[in-house]
Design a protein around this ligand. Structure first.
Ligand code: ADP
Ligand code: MG
Length: 463
């Protein structure tokens, strides 16, 4: 009997895990899911603690920093008995599970439709988005230099600038341009081998190669390409071993006359956690930035995208969106898609300014209040009569520690900053922030005056 009960319990926990996984896959996308979450498995569930096994210590740490909080949240919602999620390294069978994972992971779609002489480079490439072409890229003052540089690299048979280093804030077109180069070369010179890969994937593959003592093959694969593109290299920050490997691959490709294109969220000089010699290598070709799109370009992009979506955007709506949504083109595009979906799916919902404001009200509200962590620290410190310095200090006295936890909680709630980012602002690590968030969540439920304080502060910060 008892045994049967346990089995039933196991079954339902595994079912829950599957549901949690599909949610994670939706939120983080296929690439991240396949790399980091798919290899995890449930080990046990005791006294409210869910133990999840990761195949390596590296993966365990990665999952803890990037995903475990979210896993816990999703699970808690499905099953309130789950009070905490612990990621641990799983021994023995874990090797099997990683090997199985690697075997099962489908080979990403290869960049070249035409067979190339390096069959094995196919497995290196990440997927390309067919919509990310030069034709679909709207050029304006803020991105014309990066566009021209990328186009030049794509069309020249000879090396023009090496490496080409693109940088910008998020959602401003770096990935789009890199895919455009790959697709341009694919069409014009099918015999050239192009590999586009995110730095995250590069790292993952490198770690696997190390694990299976297969680094020679890993190096060979990269060295046999004509054009290598690595997206979001800021991701390699503080990964010294991977940086070394990258550095050697990089040098050997450049020496043998191969083109390299890289992107990051900052200029080489401003990249934190990247070794000096690598920085200077990154600087040695052409560095091109993309600035936030100006009004003109935002309007141009709205026009082009509405044409592609087959909708007519009234001038006042285009003006409204171009004025309001200024931070990223991804957001601009997202808002347009939402409006388009509403007007196409709900007959009678003509696109108008009223309708736009209604459909986008959540998004607009969050744009209207871009609360920063600095502001939160200032307001919360003021409210509790302490200084911001004290809040960031190591003091643990309750009258300082509690406001600090509340500020961390509000930072998590009101900004899109990650736990490590919030932690840095308080000179703490992410686990302290995670603990603070949980603590405040509990306190708000137990203690009405605490709930009122948090609520007052939230409202003060939101307006
Ligand atoms: P990044 O890699 O810099 O974060 P992406 O290349 O992913 O940004 O761009 C985000 C979205 O905005 C993509 O859908 C992309 O097609 C679109 N986009 C960015 N810049 C432009 C542009 N100049 N013209 C058309 N679409 C653009
Ligand atoms: Mg990108």
């Amino acid at each position: 009997m008892a045994e049967e009960a346990i089995k039933k319990e196991d079954l339902s926990i595994n079912d829950q895990w599957e549901e949690v996984c599909s949610q994670l896959q939706m939120e983080f996308g296929h690439t991240a899911f396949d790399s980091w979450l798919k290899p995890l498995s449930v080990i046990s569930f005791n006294d409210g603690v869910m133990h999840i096994g990761a195949p390596t210590a590296f993966m365990k740490n990665w999952v803890i920093t990037h995903y475990s909080e979210r896993i816990q949240r999703i699970w808690e919602r499905k099953n309130p008995e789950v009070k905490s999620v612990q990621i641990v390294v799983q021994n023995m069978s874990s090797d099997d599970s990683l090997i199985k994972h690697i075997k099962q992971t489908p080979t990403p779609q290869k960049i070249y439709g035409v067979a190339n002489s390096f069959g094995n480079t196919d497995s290196l490439a990440s997927k390309l988005n067919p919509a990310y072409t030069f034709e679909n890229f709207v050029v304006g003052k803020t991105n014309e230099f990066a566009y021209a540089a990328a186009h030049k690299v794509a069309e020249s048979k000879n090396i023009s600038f090496n490496p080409l280093f693109l940088y910008s804030g998020v959602g401003l077109g770096k990935t789009h341009l890199m895919h455009a180069v790959a697709q341009y070369i694919k069409a014009a010179n099918p015999e050239r081998t192009v590999v586009y890969i995110s730095a995250e994937q590069f790292l993952y593959k490198f770690v696997n190669a190390l694990r299976y003592k297969d680094t020679d093959a890993f190096k060979e694969q990269f060295r046999s390409v004509d054009v290598l593109m690595i997206d979001d290299v800021q991701f390699l920050a503080n990964k010294t071993k991977t940086q070394d490997e990258f550095f050697y691959t990089f040098n050997s490709l450049i020496e043998s006359g191969k083109q390299i294109i890289l992107s990051a969220d900052k200029s080489p000089n401003d990249l934190d956690g990247i070794e000096g010699r690598l920085k200077s290598r990154l600087n040695s070709g052409l560095v091109a930035d993309i600035m936030p799109a100006d009004y003109e370009l935002r309007l141009g992009i709205l026009r082009k995208k509405s044409e592609q979506l087959g909708i007519t955007l009234p001038d006042n709506v285009a003006d409204f969106l171009a004025q309001k949504i200024s931070s990223s083109i991804r957001e601009l595009e997202g808002s347009l898609k939402r409006i388009a979906a509403h007007s196409l799916l709900l007959p009678g919902h003509e696109i108008s300014l009223d309708m736009t404001q209604d459909v986008l009200k959540d998004m607009l509200r969050s744009i209207d209040r871009k609360t920063t962590i600095d502001e939160i620290q200032k307001k919360v410190a003021e409210y509790f009569n302490i200084s911001v310095k004290e809040m960031q200090s190591s003091r643990r006295a309750r009258n300082v520690a509690r406001p600090r936890q509340i500020a961390m909680y509000l930072a998590k709630q009101l900004t899109s900053r990650s736990l490590p980012e919030i932690g840095r602002k308080f000179d703490r690590d992410h686990t302290t922030v995670m603990h603070a968030v949980r603590k405040v969540e509990e306190l708000v439920l137990e203690d009405t005056s605490m709930a009122e304080n948090v609520d007052t502060l939230r409202r003060a910060l939101e307006c």
